[in-house]
Write a protein that binds this ligand. Structure first.
Ligand SMILES: *Cc1c(COP(=O)(O)O)cnc(C)c1O
Length: 355
C-alpha cells in the first residue's frame, strides 16, 4: 500500500539560475535598471497596518490603470502573479477540450509543462529552420487552442501582426493566446485584434520591460466575455492572488510612462551594440526584437560540439548566460541585455574563449 499512485506526477519547469552572490546576470532576461522611482515611493510610504486585511480580490485600481494606459475597458483586463500565473490560468480556462492544443516546438518551455500538469493534450509544431513560424501550419489543423509567444523565446524572432491575425481569424473555435512578454522591445502588438475577434487573449508581464520581476505582476487583455471566464476560474482557485504591495507598486509602474520609455530605449540601444559586437566575433543569430540575443558561433560548435563549454567558461568568470542542453538549442547561448558596462565585460570575457 502506498499513496504514490494518487500523486499528480509532473516534470517541472526549470527556471534560470538565481545566484545569490553578485554576478553579471544575463540569464533570465531581467531588466538591468531599477524599477521606476514611483515604485520606491510606494514601498517607502506603504501602510503596514493595512496588511491586516485581505487585498482587493478584483484588483480594481491596478486593472483600471492598465486599461487606461492601453486604451481598453476595465472588463478587458485580467491581472495575476506574473504572466506565468496569468498564462497558467489561461491554460486552465481555455484549454479544457479534448483536441490537442498547438504551439511551436521551440518556444517558452513552460507551455508543455502546464499542458502536462493540467492533462491537456498538445502537439508541438516545428518552426522553420530559420526559427520563423509558418502561419499555414496553424490554419486548417484541428486543435483545441493555440499558444504563440510573439516575439518568441528563446529565439527572439518577431512575427508580423498580419501573421497573428491570420491565425486568429482561421481558428474561430479555439482560443489563441499571444504571449507578448517581450513586445515592448520592438514588436507590433496584437491589441487591435481584441475588438475584432472574441478568440484572442494577449498576455503581458512587468518582469522584463518594467523591471519588476521580483514583484510578480502580469496581465492579460481579451474581450470582456473571455476575461470573465478567466476570472471565474481564478476565483475558483484562489481569490486573493495579488498582494497589496504588488497591486500598489504595479499601478505606480504602469503610470510612469516616461521612465518606462527611457529604460526600454536604453535596453534597445545596448542590444543593437551587442549584436554588432557578436557579429564581429563571428556569431550568427536571427534579428532579436527582445531584451536578449539567441546566438550561435559555427567555429565554437565545430570545435566543442555545442556552446556548453563557452557557457561554463563564462560562468567561471561570474558571467551567467542561459544554455539549453537540448538538440539544436545546445548550439546557442541566450544572452540577456544588461547595462553597457555589463555587455562590455561579457564581450571581453567571451573573446579569449573563441577559436
Ligand atoms: C519571462 C516570460 C514569462 C513570464 O514572466 P513572469 O511575468 O515573470 O511570470 C512568460 N512568457 C515568456 C515568453 C517569458 O519569457
Amino acid at each position: 500500500m502506498s499513496y504514490i499512485d494518487n500523486i499528480r506526477k509532473c516534470v517541472p519547469y526549470t527556471p534560470g539560475e538565481q545566484p545569490q552572490r553578485k554576478v553579471i546576470k544575463l540569464n533570465t532576461n531581467e531588466c538591468p535598471y531599477p524599477p521606476s522611482p514611483e515604485v520606491e515611493k510606494v514601498f517607502k510610504s506603504f501602510d503596514t497596518e493595512a496588511l491586516r486585511k485581505y487585498p482587493d480580490p478584483v484588483c480594481k485600481d491596478l486593472v483600471h490603470s492598465i486599461a487606461e494606459y492601453y486604451g481598453l475597458k476595465d472588463e478587458e483586463v485580467f491581472v495575476g502573479v506574473g504572466s506565468d500565473d496569468v498564462l497558467s490560468m489561461c491554460f486552465l480556462t481555455f484549454f479544457a477540450g479534448k483536441k490537442p492544443v498547438i504551439f511551436p516546438d521551440i518556444t517558452y518551455s513552460f507551455y508543455d509543462v502546464w499542458a502536462d500538469v493540467y492533462r491537456i493534450p498538445y502537439e508541438q509544431i516545428p518552426l522553420k529552420e530559420d526559427f520563423s513560424l509558418d502561419p499555414e501550419d496553424y490554419i486548417g489543423r484541428e486543435n483545441g487552442g493555440i499558444v504563440i509567444a510573439n516575439p518568441n523565446a528563446p529565439t527572439g524572432v518577431l512575427e508580423s501582426l498580419d501573421a497573428i491575425e491570420r491565425i486568429v481569424k482561421a481558428n474561430p473555435d479555439s482560443m489563441v493566446i499571444v504571449d507578448e512578454a517581450y513586445i515592448d522591445f520592438g514588436g507590433e502588438t496584437a491589441i487591435p485584434l481584441i475588438s475584432k475577434y472574441e478568440n484572442v487573449i494577449i498576455t503581458r508581464t512587468m518582469s522584463k520591460s518594467r523591471a519588476l520581476a521580483g514583484l510578480r505582476v502580469g496581465y492579460a487583455f481579451g474581450n470582456a466575455k473571455a476575461i470573465k471566464y478567466l476570472n471565474d476560474v481564478k476565483f475558483s482557485v484562489n481569490s486573493y492572488t495579488m498582494n497589496m504591495p504588488a497591486l500598489a507598486a504595479g499601478k505606480a509602474a504602469i503610470e510612469d510612462d516616461v521612465y518606462f520609455k527611457d529604460i526600454t530605449s536604453r535596453v534597445i540601444n545596448t542590444r543593437e551594440w551587442t549584436k554588432e559586437q557578436l557579429r564581429s566575433l563571428g556569431f550568427t543569430f536571427r534579428d532579436s526584437m527582445t531584451n536578449f540575443v539567441f546566438a550561435t558561433s559555427e567555429t565554437v560548435v565545430n570545435r566543442d560540439g555545442s556552446m556548453k563549454a563557452v557557457f561554463e567558461g563564462l560562468k567561471e568568470k561570474d558571467i551567467y548566460v542561459r544554455f539549453f542542453d537540448k538538440p539544436i538549442l545546445k548550439n546557442y547561448l541566450r544572452i540577456s541585455i544588461g547595462t553597457d558596462e555589463e555587455m562590455r565585460a561579457f564581450i571581453d570575457a567571451l573573446k579569449p574563449m573563441l577559436p
